[in-house]
Design a protein around this ligand. Structure first.
Ligand code: HEM
Length: 424
């Protein structure tokens, strides 16, 4: 809640409850009368979309767990059985598998919105950091979930990623064995991944609670990046944003439905329809699409520097690519939040988006293949260049441009920006 409470219990029972557990007051002040900037655009609807998808994943996951068997010999079969024999199992399984992708699409749009509009800047640093924690938890949850159907890509994906941990000096091998629960990916691994995959979404839900709390202290940011100065800058959350969010959620769910009903496997990998076989390595091991940019960064570092060999270097770069997001609020030196008023930085941001997509492309390809068939121009070279840009954007471009760029003139207030009455 930001500002004093405006809730007035209207019935005796509400008053009675309010004096004992003011939970309706909390809901009212947070989601009904919450003063929300009046200029939020559709990029601000993805938080609500994410909340819905977290619920979809949890509910569909709980139903799947009622039928899934976490055993090397039965896991693959049990997923097949769910889609064929369990009443509406095909629907629940398709919602869960495609839901993961839609969850990640939404989280990426939510994060890039934050990067563009400077949502991570003071006083919203903790809100941003909690977001990065959620993102990390989502990555871990998605990775472990993908192992559960125990297809070829599940097994070999798990093998590649857990082996990376082994590259860490001193503790790497011990951690890897501990993750495996033995000396290779096997039954013990499957069991613990199932257990953690069930647990982590609830941890995510708890961190989302903190995220919303941290959001409601300073209140929402907005496209012009100015703080709320008067009541005229805001609208009550309900009905204005419940309706806007509701509309966006419905549209997003409609696109989701197209995938769930008409192309349930298009985002999956054909190799995962082959049961896991520790004796047959697939020709190309690729992770799910949402990890591809990081996979490309991992492979881009194919050289050692001093005591750091290529493998460790790749692992450090991959984790560093996410780790750097934690310190982003302190790397961007600009006083102006929104890139609407930072014309030069905006170009670098656009190229950053292109670089992130390009890294995803590199992650999906064999590093030695040629980009667009151009002789000699291997994907690994492109990946190296884009990796350099990725880090350069945070470490050099944002700190330097924040100091040297002269921002454009901004409106006097949010209200003035909406009404176009003031250009001062
Ligand atoms: C399950 C995942 C998540 C949920 C349910 C969630 C939910 C929300 C909601 C409801 C809002 C307010 C509406 C909006 O701005 O869209 C919000 C704002 C925000 N979120 Fe998230 N979020 C999630 C993940 C993340 C991640 C991964 C990040 C960043 C790494 C992040 C960063 C932010 C920031 C910076 C804001 C404030 C934006 C502003 O007001 O300018 N969130 N989030």
């Amino acid at each position: 809640m930001s500002g004093p409470s405006t809730y007035n219990p209207s019935t005796g029972i509400e008053k009675w409850l309010d004096e004992r557990l003011p939970i309706i007051r909390l809901g009212y002040d947070s989601f009904v009368d919450f003063p929300t900037p009046r200029n939020l655009n559709y990029w601000w609807t993805f938080g609500g979309i994410l909340a819905i998808f977290l619920m979809i994943q949890i509910v569909s996951g709980i139903v799947l767990a009622m039928h899934y068997v976490a055993h090397e010999d039965y896991a693959f079969e049990s997923v097949q059985r769910i889609t064929r024999d369990v009443p509406f199992g095909w629907l629940i399984q398709s919602m869960h598998a495609n839901g993961a992708s839609f969850f990640f699409v939404a989280v990426y749009l939510h994060m890039f919105r934050g990067l563009y509009y400077g949502s991570y800047k003071a006083p919203r640093e903790i809100l941003w950091i909690l977001g990065v924690v959620i993102y990390l938890l989502m990555m871990a949850t998605g990775f472990m979930g993908y192992v559960l159907p125990w297809g070829q890509m599940s097994y070999w994906g798990a093998m590649v990623i857990t082996n990376l941990i082994g590259a860490l000096p001193f503790v790497g091998e011990a951690i890897r064995e501990w993750l495996w629960g033995g000396f290779s990916v096997g039954q013990a691994t499957l069991n613990r991944f199932f257990s953690l995959h069930y647990l982590l979404p609830f941890v995510i839900a708890a961190v989302v609670g903190l995220h919303i709390w941290a959001l409601h202290v300073p209140g929402n940011g907005n496209p012009v990046g100015l703080e709320v100065k008067s009541k005229k800058d805001t609208l009550p959350f309900h009905p204005y944003y419940t309706v806007k969010d509701g509309f966006a959620i419905i549209v997003y769910l409609m696109i989701f439905a197209v995938f769930v009903f008409f192309m349930p496997n298009v985002l999956g990998h054909a190799d995962n329809f082959i049961p896991a076989d520790p004796l047959v390595t697939p020709a190309h091991i690729v992770p799910e699409w949402y990890y591809l940019p990081f996979y490309a960064i991992l492979r881009a570092i194919d050289f050692g520097i001093g005591p750091i060999d290529a493998k460790l270097g790749g692992v450090l770069a991959m984790f560093g690519a996410i780790g750097i997001l934690f310190v982003l609020p302190w790397l961007d030196t600009s006083k102006v939040r929104s890139m609407r008023y930072r014309p030069l930085t905006r170009w670098f941001f656009i190229f950053f988006v292109v670089a992130a997509l390009g890294l995803g492309w590199c992650g999906a390809k064999n590093p030695d293949d040629f980009v667009l068939g151009i002789e000699g121009f291997k994907f690994i070279y492109l990946a190296k260049f884009l990796t350099a840009y990725y880090f350069g954007y945070f470490i050099v471009i944002l700190p330097v441009l924040g100091i040297i760029e002269k921002p454009k003139e901004r409106p006097a207030s949010i209200e003035a920006a909406v009404l176009g009455t003031d250009k001062a």
